[in-house]
Design a protein around this ligand. Structure first.
Ligand code: 5AD
Ligand code: SF4
Length: 441
């Protein structure tokens, strides 16, 4: 049997796309290889959001090309956002690549690989005939958790971001299709679904005039499906977080008490240059509204330091916002200029040593604030969805709370079970605890 190996970079959208890629390859009769060494078809699902994933991919591809020289039958397929961004240059840069495809072209991958007898097809890209992969076979990594794509592309124009250029304008999946997929997943034993989109809460706008709906309604429809115990979504854009979505979060039992709300910068001046279309004050008001509606809500965020023109005072506004909101966790990034975006050609780019200094100071504040949030959980009993053994200590179980914090705990649980865990200790990123109610004797 021919074997494939998929290496995935980037966000959850890419991780989910890889499940479809794997499903499709399996339908073509390939089996999954345990590691790249043993594979005949090497697939890379790439990311290009910052320079780092680009560099990492180049290193992986170098190894794949070396392997192909030893075993000329090896097929190299490159998909995802880097492939789309480099579509004109990819085959010139890397003549060893056999197939390339953008994130919207996954449904075509099978044809290209199949038609080429695995090796000669040179796929194409294009934002014009993108298609949802929702009807494709899927190789899910976990039986009880699933991602569900609700939209593709993004209509925002954030000046630092390459995503609209590589994933195209926003197209919403029809509500009936989303609900049908969630229903199928629930029947299949899935207990937690994460709805995915570049901007989940602008979902549905492009379905007008045929369908009049919004994201809050979709949350309610998913909440009504039997068997779905937890609903998550990522990512919402603060500018589109409206009252109906907040109300749905508050009223739907399955919707988890967590919002990932990318702030990017705490300075209104920088937010404007980023074209985020909200001010610091408006964001903070949204946080208040969310917290008033959803008690015990966890808030996480994305932050960028070193955006062009960011002064020390702007940066301190970001530090102060982290303290003021009290984020449970934050992803922190050094601004990375991306060719073709407006910010890349702005004057007053920030020097590397200033960026490094700022990211260190930011991480320190983020960790201190997160530690405080996690310590506040000690003594409580939290509902945990068991994911498997702990990554660091196989004698412990690992799972996540509804607020999306990882918990390592002692007990007698099975993966996929919901258990009660008494929280005993906290670090800035994880909780420690003991199962409160042992399985019936
Ligand atoms: N440089 C640094 N970080 C970026 N992000 C997006 N584009 C860039 C960039 N050019 C960050 C944002 C976004 C997250 C997914 O990646 O914070 O929310
Ligand atoms: Fe995801 Fe953006 Fe990276 Fe594409 S470029 S994989 S959308 S993070």
């Amino acid at each position: 049997m021919r074997r494939y190996h998929v290496t995935t970079f980037g966000c959850q959208m890419n991780a989910h796309d890889s499940e479809r890629i794997k499903g499709m390859l399996e339908e073509l009769g390939l089996g999954e290889a345990t590691d790249a060494e043993a594979a005949d078809v090497l697939v890379f699902n790439t990311c290009t959001i910052r320079e780092k994933p680009d560099t990492k991919f180049a290193a992986y591809l170098g190894q794949a090309i070396a392997r192909k020289r030893e075993r000329p039958g090896t097929v190299i397929a490159v998909g995802g956002c880097y492939a789309e961004a480099q579509r004109e240059r990819l085959f010139d840069l890397y003549p060893e690549v056999d197939v390339a495809f953008g994130p919207g072209s996954i449904p075509h991958l099978g044809e290209w690989l199949g038609a080429g007898g695995f090796g000669v097809a040179r796929g194409s890209f294009g934002l014009d005939d993108r298609a949802f992969a929702g009807e494709l076979p899927m190789h899910r990594e976990r039986p009880f958790q699933a991602w569900v794509q609700i939209s593709m592309g993004c209509n925002s124009k954030c000046s630092y971001c390459i995503v609209p250029a590589v994933r195209g304008r926003e197209i919403s999946r029809r509500p009936g299709e989303v609900v049908a997929e969630v229903t199928r997943l629930a029947a299949d034993g899935v207990r937690e679904v994460t709805l995915l989109g570049q901007n989940v809460n602008s979902w549905g706008r492009d379905l007008l005039p045929d369908i009049r709906t919004e994201f809050g309604e979709l949350l309610r429809a998913c909440d009504a499906i039997d068997g779905v115990e937890r609903i998550r979504f990522t990512s919402p854009h603060p500018k589109d977080f409206r009252a109906p979505v907040i109300a749905a979060m508050a009223e739907c039992d399955a919707v988890c008490e967590h919002a990932h709300l990318p702030l990017q910068s705490g300075s209104t001046r920088i937010l404007k240059a980023m074209r985020r279309t909200y001010t610091r004050e408006r964001y903070l008001r949204l946080v208040d509204e969310l917290r008033a509606a959803v008690p015990d809500l966890a808030l996480t965020t994305d932050l960028i330091v070193g955006f062009p023109g960011e002064t020390e005072a702007d940066f301190r506004d970001t530090l102060a916002a982290v303290e003021e909101v009290g984020y449970d966790a934050a992803f922190t990034f050094v601004y990375s200029p991306r060719a073709g975006t407006d910010a890349a050609s702005m004057e007053d780019q920030i020097a590397d040593d200033v960026k490094r200094d700022r990211i260190e100071r930011l991480v320190e504040v983020v960790q201190r604030v997160a530690q405080r949030c996690n310590e506040a959980r000690v003594g409580r009993v939290e509902e945990v969805l068991v994911e498997g053994p702990s990554r660091t200590d196989p004698a412990l179980f690992r799972g996540r709370t509804r607020r999306n914090t990882t918990v390592n705990f002692t007990g007698t649980a099975e993966p996929g079970e919901l258990v009660e865990v008494r929280i005993e200790a906290a670090t800035s990123t994880t909780l420690r605890g003991a199962q409160a109610v042992a399985a019936a004797a």
